[in-house]
Design a protein around this ligand. Sequence first.
Ligand code: G16
Ligand code: MG
Length: 214
Amino acid sequence: TIKACIFDLDGVIVDTAVYHYKAWKRLANSLGFDFTEHQNEQLKGVSRVRSLQLILGWGGVTKTEAEQEQLATQKNNWYMEMVNQMKPEEILPGAKEFLTTCRAVGLKTALGSASKNSMTILEKIGITDMFDAVIDGNKVSKAKPDPEVFLAGAQALGVLPEECVVFEDAIAGVEAAVAGDMKVVGIGSSDVLKGANLVIRGLDEMTLDKLYKL
Ligand code: G16
Ligand code: MG
């Protein structure tokens, strides 16, 4: 039986991907190169450090570990300038409604995000109290596709992995849920999110009926 839903943040609850993209692009430009929106897809769900390494690789740029840390901080400062302007209207269609529906029928809810800025984002959009547990980039050491973030979510909620359904927009996230022995609803396109039990375009397409049929 399904007892809990675990939600990814970026791409599922809010579209912070566009802010990540703008900030990374600004950083790449400051280093004298650029990257495409297509390349940007590879950064979704991936940790900050790993994203920077991928981008530096695309630009053929080598940096010391200390320089990398400085660059990651610079990107995060630019990113947070945009996050700090976020409003509750930026919650993706159906997200708040589906969270409310889950809670109304007694399902537990958790956030399972790679982002170290999750709490700030939840506060900006005003939905912090809709989660029984928040597991983010500050609480885990192994990035998706490792299942650590989702397993920690199940543990915090006091449920078994097989009693959880994960909602994910990134390939790495779908893989993490599958590796954690959880059911997974992909948010996006079924061509991309192959391992998911069900793929929908957004949480506005999700219902309890679909959930219990997984
Ligand atoms: C998000 C984004 C990634 C980002 C990562 C780390 O993950 O999809 O692009 O690199 O978090 O974010 P931060 O730099 O804020 O710690 P998720 O797991 O919510 O999709
Ligand atoms: Mg995501």
